[in-house]
Design a protein around this ligand. Structure first.
Ligand code: 5HM
Length: 353
């Protein structure tokens, strides 16, 4: 088969990838000390990239982290400060303790290209980001194959003992039959850990691009050079596979993911991130009733509600998450939070009504 298999949602693709590497891996190795099982050249396609999260009790997903990472990318950031609040391990990949290099994919996509006279033609920096250049191209030349957003940079190979070399090589946007498709190229993916975060954030970038272009969301194709699982995660992977085997394959998601609002613009992201910072730094609690006053669509209000739940989890460690925050959340994120932090749920709380 030359084309990748097509899945209705990420959960089913994820389970198949885990099953394949567990039972049909080609190699056992330990690059940079990480004992792994590995398959070379794995690909899958998602028919509906909006269904970007697995709902498996054995795989405890934090939806606040995923939205935070997607927003961190979408705003072109590379600061440790924001991302380590949601993913403390990110500090370890920073060389100066302040910025992230290889894994700050958004800075490669959404920041203008710096670095001087690359072409040797006297023109120095480009004031337009690769993302904006690709959108301009796709607005005028819709059948183009040039909508490429490079991430990996050759100079990453020159950093001695580089703690953070980009795992993503490029994202590729293609308009076909009036829909915006994305192809993602990865040199490597840890398929229990990195894959989940990468598919979530990249499909968010795809959907944001579709919104900017006024196009329907197309399909998402993910290609991996080295697809691997760490030995340290095999027990959890086993529990995920057992849970998935007991569940009949469904053609529709249990918790349909809402579409990104059509008026989402860079200013929307800036507003969401301003409130995110207030919550992350514990400046004030945000009550569900107050969110409607912020001038944001319900979709982004839900994201801020997740950040409020994260504020309570981080800054109020002795208390359960407040019930009115949980009941104001959509059923999917509520289910995920309840499975991720069962000990922080209010007494007698039922995550899905
Ligand atoms: O030694 P190497 O640079 O390949 O190790 C990076 C590890 O993080 C690999 O297991 C890689 O697959 C995983 N990873 C991922 O899956 C890393 C990043 C961050 O760039 C990512 N996805 N986004």
């Amino acid at each position: 088969m030359l084309a990748p298999p097509v899945y209705p949602d990420f959960e089913q693709a994820y389970v198949d990838v885990l099953r394949h590497i567990t039972y049909a891996h080609q190699y056992r190795n330990a690059p940079r000390g990480n004992a792994s099982r590995e398959s070379l050249g794995l690909s899958f396609e998602l028919a509906n990239p909006r269904e970007r999260l697995p709902y498996l009790a054995a795989r405890k997903v934090n939806p606040a982290f995923h939205f935070a990472e997607a927003l961190w990318y979408l705003s072109g950031r590379d600061d440790v400060e924001m991302i380590e609040y949601y993913a403390p391990r990110m500090r370890a990949v920073s060389q100066d303790g302040k910025t992230v290099r290889g894994s700050a994919y958004g800075s490669r996509i959404f920041q203008p290209i710096g670095g001087g006279d690359r072409e040797g033609d006297g023109d120095r920096d480009d004031a337009v980001s690769p993302f904006d250049r690709v959108l301009s191209l796709l607005r005028t030349e819709t059948a183009s194959k040039r909508g490429l957003l490079p991430i990996f940079e050759a100079h990453e190979m020159t950093v001695p003992d580089n703690p953070d070399m980009s795992c993503a090589i490029a994202l590729h946007l293609l308009v076909r039959a009036g829909r915006l498709h994305m192809v993602c190229y990865m040199r490597a993916n840890d398929c229990d850990r990195g894959l989940l975060a990468d598919v979530f954030s990249f499909t968010m970038i795809q959907e944001y691009a579709a919104v900017q272009l006024g196009l329907e969301l197309g399909t998402y194709i993910h290609h991996i050079g080295s697809a691997h699982l760490g030995d340290r995660d095999l027990d959890r992977v086993d529990r995920v596979l057992t849970e998935a085997a007991d569940r009949p394959a469904a053609s529709t998601s249990r918790f349909p993911f809402p579409p990104m609002p059509a008026d989402t613009a860079p200013t929307t992201l800036a507003t969401v991130l301003r409130h995110e910072e207030a919550l992350r730094t514990n400046q004030a609690p945000y009550r569900p009733a107050d969110l409607a006053e912020l001038g944001l669509a319900p979709y982004w209000q839900q994201v801020l509600l997740l950040f409020e739940a994260q504020r309570q989890l981080t800054h109020c460690p002795a208390d359960p998450v407040e019930k009115d925050v949980l009941t104001s959340l959509d059923a999917g994120p509520r289910w995920l939070l309840a499975h991720r932090w069962p000990s922080r749920m209010p007494r007698g709380f039922e995550p899905v009504r």
